[in-house]
Design a protein around this ligand. Structure first.
Ligand code: MTE
Ligand code: MO
Length: 219
């Protein structure tokens, strides 16, 4: 990572302080609506849980500027369509400036990758399409921090910044050219590429989060 210019760093710290004040005012809103907030988190290979207090976390972790994405995209960001009243909200991004919600069509308008990988739980080789966690984290203003993916069944997994920044781990919305049925762990499911090989070891099995509904930075 590029060492931060001290002047920019000061500006960022001030900005993050403002952001965390803003977030504090949002807290009652999010906890009231989120029955999964208390679920135990599955931690992959020693994430930084409990290393420090919860106050001013954003100020302690200024997010460095992201270098250009190293991934090959099927398409980049497209204009985000408005949610129609008949569409379901499938996903929530807990951005540092507040939550953003997405219907399937709105997710499909985000930068998208496509690759074949072996889904270890289904024992199925599928061609998956979806949004890299890196792009979602960048959209939420927390790229570079470890992230948590929350599932509709209360399951939570932590995915390390090093993994999602360098590899196109995706929130998949399509498999083999079709919407992903619930029986195949859809409609939204996290998939990891074939390489590196560690993604297909037991240490990473919790990262293949099915029924994904929410993404945010590790608090
Ligand atoms: N939504 C959701 N995703 C999840 C889990 C879960 O309980 N709920 N368990 C994780 C863990 S720890 C493992 S080992 C695998 C288990 O998948 P399986 O039950 O289909 O074998 O899914 C991962 N993804
Ligand atoms: Mo597991």
């Amino acid at each position: 990572m590029v060492p931060p210019n001290p002047a920019f760093r000061r500006v960022r710290v001030r900005l993050s302080l403002l952001l965390s004040l803003g977030l504090l005012t949002l807290l009652p809103w999010s906890s009231a609506r989120d029955p999964q907030g208390l679920s135990p988190a599955k931690t992959l290979v020693g994430a930084a849980a409990g290393r420090e207090g919860t106050r001013n976390r954003a100020a302690e972790h200024p997010v460095p500027a992201l270098p250009p994405s190293p991934f090959t995209y099927l398409h980049g960001a497209r204009p985000r369509p408005l949610a129609r009243p008949d569409e379901r909200i499938l996903f929530r991004l807990d951005g540092t400036a507040g939550p953003q919600t997405f219907t399937l069509r709105q997710l499909q308008a985000l930068p998208t990758v496509r690759y074949a990988t072996d889904q270890p739980q289904l024992k199925h080789e599928g061609v998956y399409e979806g949004v890299p966690l890196r792009d979602l984290a960048a959209l939420g203003g927390f790229a570079g921090r470890d992230v948590r993916v929350y599932a509709s069944n209360g399951f939570v997994a932590t995915i390390r910044a090093h993994d999602y920044l360098h590899e196109p781990i995706m929130l998949a919305y399509r498999m083999d050219g079709q919407a992903i049925p619930v029986l195949q762990k859809g409609p939204l499911t996290v998939v990891l590429p074939r390489r590196p090989a560690r993604f297909h070891t037991p240490a990473y099995s919790a990262a293949w989060v099915w029924f994904a509904v929410r993404l945010g930075p590790v608090p």
